[in-house]
Design a protein around this ligand. Structure first.
Ligand code: ARG
Ligand code: ZN
Length: 515
């Protein structure tokens, strides 16, 4: 006020124009990202670049206390904005000043900064919070696995709200520093590189860093008593695997599988191109659920996947996601096929190289064992709907689509597409349509009909022999190697099926499961 009176009037007018005239120019950020499957997932009005989480977790009580510092840039003038969090908040600061806050729904933290935020400005948000993740229910569902010695956050499409405030949607990726203090003798496992670890007054603090963009659902935390193995790959990447000390008689099979992470990643590099991240590994906590998840650089495996001996196929699946899902992520959740179709197909390729059945034989087997009246054919992998997001059709019919593509465009172009895509969309997001266009560009052929047949139409495509070119399940004129009883079951079939997250009660509670 005073200063303005001291400057010449023309300049004063300019200054006044630069200052937004009224509070009406500032509006609340949207409470969701506009995802048709999960309308309240994520928020509008800003873009996060970095999360710094400083946490303390007590396994005996399941109490998590944290301070999250979130660096973002506003994308509009904001009077207030939301973060997604299920835990209790005690203080919020925006750009250093205390902000007022409230909650709405089960996971919306509404923050009103002391001073409205102008568009395109850097903003820092500090959130102090605490609570017991096992007590958080969102839509009647939990993403937190309470274990006898701690807890684990690993779920899809969401798990962040159980342990940190975020813009919880894959469209807003960021780098992470995750620092967790746990009682001595307990370990805290997370993503990326373990930068350091130190012990003080009975607590050990683990400092993890993810220096490449990471979607919020791919951030993970596991606290418990783990045995840790470390190594360095030939190309110099740090490998860190962690196994709960409480895996019972699955312990050997779990290690015999996950210890092959570096070998599998090297093989996948031959198919998909350079590994996109600076660290790798996996962890097997003592959870009772039955699914695995491609948490970035460090997939989460369930001990149940190793109940019948080693399962390298599931390691192949989760590591394939590092390219297809983690580096290149879904745009909206309806694009889930760009994750699961490819992760499943990579298991078929592994089977092919191991001599346990070619991808074509696996495709023939799926086709032969799913009669036309099986609901399998009514699920469209290209847009399955939220209740069927992880339906087996997204995986198996999704992989059939890729076998059809391979037969249509030939080996050379097909593998050029598989390898080119992760570079084309590295560290970003992509839609099913982007893949169709990319494959058309690389192969120089129209592919709309083929993808429509395999990804969208709610019917079983006509038998390959009768269908001819265009449907593509096998090259024109080539018959399935079949007896009257149909194609034989490939040797890898049962092992691949162990990856399926079938009958996962916990996960199906909110329509988030597979069938
Ligand atoms: N992306 C995970 C996989 O690798 C699927 C996890 C689905 N979650 C669930 N609870 N079913 O297949
Ligand atoms: Zn998957």
């Amino acid at each position: 006020m005073h200063r303005r009176m001291l400057v010449p009037s023309a300049l004063a007018a300019c200054l006044l124009m630069a200052i937004p005239a009224s509070a009406a120019d500032y509006v609340p950020g949207a409470p969701g990202m506009g995802d048709s499957y999960y309308p309240s997932g994520g928020n509008g009005g800003y873009d996060v670049s970095h999360y710094d989480l400083r946490l303390t977790y007590q396994p005996a009580t399941d109490l998590l206390q944290g301070t999250a510092t979130i660096l973002a840039t506003t994308t509009q003038n904001l009077s207030r904005f939301n973060l997604d969090l299920g835990l209790r908040v005690s203080e919020v600061r925006v750009n250093g000043r205390k902000a007022t806050f409230g909650t709405s729904g089960e996971q919306e933290l509404e923050i009103t900064p002391a001073v409205p935020l102008k568009r395109n400005q850097p903003v820092s948000v500090v959130v102090r919070y605490a609570g017991k993740p096992s007590e958080v229910r969102i839509g009647g569902w939990t993403a937190w696995h309470r274990t006898p010695d701690g807890g684990v956050a690993a779920q899809e499409p969401e798990s962040a709200a159980w342990w940190f405030p975020s813009n919880d949607h894959p469209l807003d990726k960021a780098t992470f520093d995750i620092s967790v203090a746990v009682p001595d003798g307990t370990q805290a496992i997370s993503n990326g590189v373990l930068r350091s670890q130190s012990s003080k007054l009975g607590w050990t603090r683990y400092n993890w860093r993810s220096d490449k963009p990471q979607a919020t659902y791919l951030a993970t935390l596991a606290v418990g008593r783990f045995d840790i193995t470390t190594d360095t790959t030939e190309s110099g990447l740090p490998v860190l695997n962690a196994y709960s000390r409480d895996l019972g008689d699955n312990a050997g099979a779990a290690r015999a599988s996950v210890e092959r992470t570096a070998e599998v990643a090297e093989w996948l590099e031959g198919v998909f191109g350079p590994y996109p991240f600076g660290a790798l590994g996996g962890y097997v906590p003592n959870v009772t659920s039955g699914y695995a998840l491609e948490t970035q650089t460090r997939p989460f495996y369930s001990p149940r996947q190793f109940a019948n001996g080693s399962n390298v196929s599931v390691v192949v699946h989760e590591l394939a996601h590092q390219w297809y899902g983690d580096s290149v992520s879904v745009h909206h959740w309806k694009d889930i096929w760009v994750n699961e179709g490819f992760a499943r197909y990579s298991q078929w390729l592994w089977s092919e190289k191991e001599g346990e059945g070619t991808a074509q034989e696996l495709a023939d087997h799926v086709y032969a064992t799913r009669p036309a009246e099986d609901p399998f054919w009514t699920v469209a992998p290209g847009d399955p709907g939220p209740d069927d997001q992880f339906h087996i059709a997204v995986y198996d019919r999704g992989a059939l689509a890729l076998q059809a593509l391979r037969n249509e465009i030939g080996e050379e172009d097909f593998f050029a597409v598989l390898r080119g895509w992760p570079t084309e969309f590295a560290y970003g997001n992509a839609k099913v349509g982007d893949f169709v266009r990319y494959a058309e560009r690389v192969s120089g052929r129209p592919l709309a009909e083929l993808f429509d047949t395999w990804l969208y139409r709610p019917v079983k495509p006509a038998a390959p022999a009768a269908a001819g070119v265009g449907v593509g399940l096998r090259p024109a004129g080539v018959e399935a190697r079949a007896s009257a009883a149909g194609p034989a079951e490939p040797a890898s079939w049962k092992k691949i099926a162990e990856t399926n997250t079938v009958h996962d009660r916990e996960a199906t509670a909110r329509g988030h499961g597979t069938r």
